[in-house]
Design a protein around this ligand. Structure first.
Ligand code: SF4
Length: 367
């Protein structure tokens, strides 16, 4: 039997359709719960530059860049990052240098990923993602690629059923192509939002999200998410709330003409969520599809609510995506997904189609 290929960061792989350019909107340098973490040596360097530029953050149990009175990094000046401006990108802390890129080692190569919690990723005239640009961000000071996540050689599709990575990649490629072609995201995911939970209700999950808020802009984002989840689960009517990062998104909207297609914003975001394997620790791909369908439903609710405030449709969608990505980074959401009841997916045909196609192909080759 052929030995499974180990995960490797090379060759570098870009998801078809991924586009990005940093417009310097500065949102990633503002108060999203915590500006960090930074390593010990980075904290030492940062303190040497400016005495009070590092603070300890209890939530992530580590050192972070200090926010000023408006929740912005103390190094964020009128012309963007002061460290970047004066010493170049390489001098910035690793987390800053990498964002929004990430790298997943897989048996087929290193997937370059991009986070969407930044208007530069969701709005504006963005060229196809540049491998050279990403590689520079993803390499450490010694020029070696640093991996964020490793995909196993077999992927769990439904509870207890694992397939070789190459077969999973075929199934996934078909889903990503459908998203890129503009097919409705819900149809592509083929899973129901807010699925049954094992030992609690969705209202309890929403309450846990409300409880985990802090006074930062990130805390406000959690409230938006909790409101929309409660509205979908039990019809709760959300109270008016300030929109976190509205000014950054308004700047991005001003440079985005014509407006982006809202459905394309959802599809681009979901394609990256699948591609980056954020879902791997949460269970099989079935659970991932239900999880994404849930966050998409919440995103659509929030977008509709932001639209009612007179915000342009694509900006409202970009703000909703930002909040939905942020929630997935927190441990509360991970424990919510752990409560999903893992029924065999009604969309099992998604997985069967490529297998059957493979068998047909083999038969044809034999003739
Ligand atoms: S150090 Fe620079 S890039 Fe990092 S958060 Fe501060 S301003 Fe932004």
């Amino acid at each position: 039997m052929a030995r499974p290929k180990p995960a490797t960061p090379r060759p570098l792989l870009v998801r078809p359709g991924a586009r990005f350019r940093c417009f310097g909107d500065g949102l990633c340098c503002t108060d999203i719960h915590a500006l960090g973490p930074v390593t010990r040596s980075e904290a030492r360097d940062l303190r040497a530059r400016r005495k009070l530029s590092v603070v300890f953050n209890d939530d992530i149990d580590g050192d972070c860049l200090a926010p000023d009175g408006n929740g912005r990094c103390v190094y964020l000046g009128k012309q963007g990052c002061e460290i970047h401006r004066l010493e170049g990108s390489a001098a910035k802390p690793t987390g800053c240098r990498r964002f929004p890129y990430g790298l997943v080692a897989t048996p087929l190569g290193g997937r370059i990923t991009t986070e969407h919690r930044c208007p530069c990723r969701t709005l504006g005239d963005r060229p196809p993602l540049s491998v050279a640009d990403a590689e520079a961000s993803l390499s450490n000071h010694g020029g070696r690629l640093e991996v964020d996540r490793v995909a196993p050689d077999r992927i769990e599709l439904i509870d207890g059923q694992r397939v070789p990575f190459a077969l999973y990649a075929e199934i996934e490629a078909e889903l990503l192509a459908r998203l890129l072609r503009g097919e409705k995201a819900e149809t592509v995911l083929g899973a129901k939002p807010l699925p049954a939970l094992v030992d609690k209700g969705w209202a309890v999950i929403a309450a846990e999200i409300f409880d985990s808020r802090d006074p930062s802009a990130g805390g406000e984002a959690l409230a938006w998410f909790g409101d929309a989840l409660l509205e979908l689960a039990v019809g709760h009517k959300p109270p008016p709330r300030p929109r976190p990062w509205a000014a950054s998104f308004a700047r991005a909207t001003a440079r985005t003409n014509p407006p982006e297609n809202v459905e394309a914003i959802w599809n681009d975001w979901l394609a990256d969520e699948i591609w980056m394997f954020r879902w791997l620790p949460w269970g099989p791909f079935d659970v991932a599809r239900a999880e994404l369908a849930t966050r998409l439903a919440v995103a659509r609710r929030m977008q509709a609510r932001i639209r009612k405030l007179g915000v342009r449709a694509d900006q409202a969608a970009a703000e909703a995506v930002m909040i939905c990505e942020l929630i997935a980074e927190g441990s509360d959401w991970g424990s919510a997904v752990a409560a999903f009841a893992t029924d065999p997916s009604p969309a099992q045909s998604l997985y069967e189609a490529p297998k059957q196609a493979k068998v047909r192909k083999r038969r044809r080759t034999r003739k």
